[in-house]
Write a protein that binds this ligand. Structure first.
Ligand code: CA
Length: 158
């Protein structure tokens, strides 16, 4: 096989291999957010977003919160009570603190939308931030167990 054919074959194989690692994502109407169709734990969600050239989402303002809520609703017309989605929020760098940081940006979570009573670090085992649809059909935040599988939201720019 000539060199050029080898390279072409390698590129083809690589593109298939990469395709196998692409998470299933639904793009939001504004093209900024990608809502997963699969579930993964917090760490795998972070890797899945990166493997798609994206970042696990961060929510730094009311505007970003609203945009992410719209993206989730848009990707999930049937989204129901308690459906949770991972963001990049975590306090794993210092679990003694209830201050959360966005792993994708390194920034402190200043804007917040915690459900009343959260983050509660239940059983001293909740260190990752999910956004979920609350009982009153409004999205709120909760600290949850990082190894639980949830859907997740990626974003294309920070
Ligand atoms: Ca909690």
């Amino acid at each position: 096989m000539r060199l050029i054919e080898s390279c072409a074959l390698l590129a083809l194989l690589c593109s298939y291999a990469l395709a196998d690692f692409q998470p299933k994502l639904a793009a939001s109407s504004n093209g900024k957010y990608y809502v997963s169709l699969d579930k993964a734990n917090f760490f795998q969600a972070f890797l899945n977003c990166r493997s798609a050239g994206l970042q696990l989402a961060s929510i730094r303002s009311q505007k970003e919160e609203k945009d992410i809520e719209e993206a989730i609703k848009g990707a999930n017309p049937g989204v129901t009570y308690l459906n949770g989605f991972w963001t990049s929020g975590t306090n794993l760098a210092n679990i003694a603190s209830s201050q959360y940081y966005w792993l994708s940006t390194g920034g402190m979570a200043i804007y917040t939308k915690w459900l009343a009573g959260e983050p509660n670090n239940q059983l001293n085992n909740e260190h990752c931030l999910e956004i979920f649809l609350g009982e009153d059909k409004k999205f709120v935040w909760n600290d949850s167990v990082c190894t639980v599988n949830y859907r997740y939201v990626c974003q294309d720019t920070i």
